[in-house]
Design a protein around this ligand. Structure first.
Ligand code: PEP
Length: 248
């Protein structure tokens, strides 16, 4: 089953308005054909960045969203607000939301469902902590996180699963090609059980965790790795585009 690769940069809480627009313009100018490429931008810069790259192939997204439509939710941002300023996709369940901001599985699942129902593409992150890998519970953790998501999101073009081992995020220590492939194959198998085989064959599964130009080709060459979610290396145009080009 040929799945088209999707590479997304996660800028986290970085850039200024000016540097965000410059970086987005530089990335947009170099996006090759055949690789869906996106950037998840801080909320406050989505509008400016989306306008700057509106006529390019680069897709703009957000790093989080709230599940309610509107109302007294101080500080939160809705799906409609994201769409209003030009976001097309959103990350949900990123490990920093789960483990630094302490968001439980039920909350990240509600966010994913609201985003999907509102028409955004959902990039839903799963992955184990180091102590969970060491305790041989990687599969159990990932299975639980996928089960929490349930089956209502049925368009495989608007659902992406990002497998991001927490111990590999921002640490410089990536999963090996074999470690990534092993969990990606498990994710696909689990998605087939929870959704169905056709959905599982079509859904893209990104790898995230210290992906960089030097390791991108190997990771992206694995049969069940359909792209990458890139943190640190997405903040520099050369390293991000080198990764995108490794997916061609
Ligand atoms: C991430 O933030 O999703 C990520 C994978 O970060 P890094 O590439 O810096 O490890």
């Amino acid at each position: 089953m040929a799945r088209s690769p999707f590479i997304a940069g996660n800028w986290k809480m970085n850039t200024t308005k000016a540097s965000a627009v410059d970086l987005a313009n530089a990335v947009a100018a170099g996006v090759p054909a055949g690789v869906e490429t996106g950037i998840a931008v801080p909320f406050v810069y989505i509008d400016a960045v989306a306008q700057a790259v509106a006529h390019s192939k680069l897709v703009v997204g957000a790093q989080d969203v709230y599940f309610e439509k509107a109302g007294a939710f101080t500080g939160e941002v809705s799906v409609d607000m994201l769409k209003d300023v030009g976001a097309h996709f959103v990350l949900t369940g990123h490990s920093e939301r789960r483990h630094v901001l302490n968001e439980p599985g039920e909350l990240v699942s509600k966010k994913a469902h609201a985003a999907y129902a509102g028409g955004l593409t959902v990039v839903h992150c799963v992955g184990e902590k180091l102590e969970e890998r060491d305790a041989n519970t990687t599969f159990a953790v990932v299975e639980k996180q996928l089960n929490e998501l349930s089956t209502k999101m049925d368009n495989p073009n608007r659902v992406v699963i990002a497998y991001e081992p927490v111990w590999a995020i921002g640490t410089g220590r990536n999963a090996t090609d074999a470690q990534a492939q092993e969990v990606h194959a498990f994710v696909r198998q689990t998605v087939a059980k929870i959704w169905n085989k056709d959905f599982a064959d079509k859904v893209r599964i990104q790898y995230g965790g210290s992906m960089k130009p030097e390791n991108a080709k190997g990771l992206l060459g694995q049969p069940d790795v359909d792209g990458g979610l890139i943190g640190g290396a997405a903040l520099k145009v050369d390293s991000f585009l080198a990764i995108v080009n490794a997916a061609v």
